[in-house]
Design a protein around this ligand. Structure first.
Ligand SMILES: Cc1ncc(COP(=O)(O)O)c(C=O)c1O
Length: 324
């Protein structure tokens, strides 16, 4: 490998790990793409680099601008890296329940944070989703990235994550599963994989409390409920989630996701975050139903280091009634 010119050369081309221990005893095999090995530790480095460079090429982002968006922390970290190099400001709207580790990282990187009350109903003008475009308009030189609705997010994964998985699996893929936050990872990579082989079954993963699972199965919008898993699900429909690309959706509870996050350390020696636990839980649940050999690929979006005071802290789990 040649020396990188900048840290951005380290984004993408992440390893794919065969989860041989977790999936042992089943005819199906499970593989996970280790996105926490991106420079800032998450899958979101990909869209931060791709969307900013595309906006620059198209003249939508100019020197001195400030990039504004809402984020469960990882996009903010990716943007902090990209914008530090390129000289843009970063202002991020985050929920006040964000893990303390992510807040410390973001502060260390000089990101301007706007905290919103996570208990506000989605229709409130000051809710996480509603306040962000307003803040972007009110910020001098504000550039609203809009990762939830801007399909450049999906395009990034269509051009990078999807082809990488196809190549690493040598085209032998039966199922592709991923958590749906903005939907960019799942829908972008799935579009590429389905173009290569329409027989690949695509499964979205949604946390209990989010609205996507019910909408997928019934086309009805249910009232969202609070949940603890960071990075997945939403309170209303968003532009990057393309339900037409999904063959199924699986719902995962906080308890199932967190228990599996901790099991990943013991069984595979992998220190991954809660949405990786959700992905591994969903992949294993699928493997349990299959009585034939099959290859299941999923995504591990970020690492455990962001959740030491939450998912890996028994006191917190007890306080939140996750463990007795
Ligand atoms: C920890 C974590 N997992 C999964 C995702 C979901 O990725 P996507 O937004 O591409 O659906 C996110 C997105 O914010 C995340 O932060």
């Amino acid at each position: 490998m040649r020396p990188f010119e900048t840290i951005l050369d380290g984004v993408g081309r992440t390893p794919l790990l065969h989860l041989g221990r977790l999936g042992s005893g089943f005819p199906a095999e499970i593989f996970a793409k280790l996105e926490f090995l991106n420079p800032m530790g998450s899958v979101k480095d990909r869209i931060a680099k791709y969307m900013i460079e595309k906006a620059e090429r198209e003249g939508r982002l100019k020197p001195g601008d400030t990039v504004v968006d809402n984020s469960s922390g990882n996009t903010a970290l990716g943007l902090a890296m990209v914008c530090a190099l390129k000289g843009y400001g970063v202002k991020m709207v985050v929920r006040d329940c964000l893990s303390p580790e992510k807040i410390k990282f973001l502060k260390a990187l000089g990101v301007e944070l706007v905290f919103v009350d996570h208990t506000l109903p989605p229709e409130s003008p000051d809710s996480y989703n509603n306040i962000t475009p307003r803040i972007a308009r009110e910020t001098p030189g504000g550039f609203y990235l809009d990762q939830h609705n801007n399909r450049d997010n999906n395009e990034c994964h269509y051009r990078t994550t999807g082809p990488e998985i196809w190549e690493q699996m040598e085209g032998r893929i039966d199922f592709f599963l991923a958590g749906v936050g903005t939907g960019g990872t799942l829908c972008g990579a799935a579009k590429f994989l389905k173009e290569k082989n329409p027989g690949i079954r695509v499964v979205g993963i949604d946390p209990e409390g989010s609205i996507f699972f019910d909408y997928f199965h019934t086309r009805r919008l249910v009232r969202p409920k609070p949940y603890l898993l960071e990075g997945l699900g939403d309170e209303f429909l968003i532009g990057c989630v393309d339900f037409g690309l999904m063959d199924d959706m699986i719902r995962v509870s906080d308890r199932e996701a967190f228990a599996m996050t901790r099991r990943l350390v013991r069984t595979e020696g992998v220190l991954a975050g809660g949405s990786s636990g959700a992905a591994a839980w969903a992949a294993l649940s699928l493997a349990e139903t299959l009585d034939r050999p099959a290859r299941i690929v999923t995504i591990f979006p970020d690492s455990a280091g962001r959740y030491l005071s939450t998912i890996f802290n028994d006191d917190w789990l007890r306080e939140k009634n996750i463990i007795p």
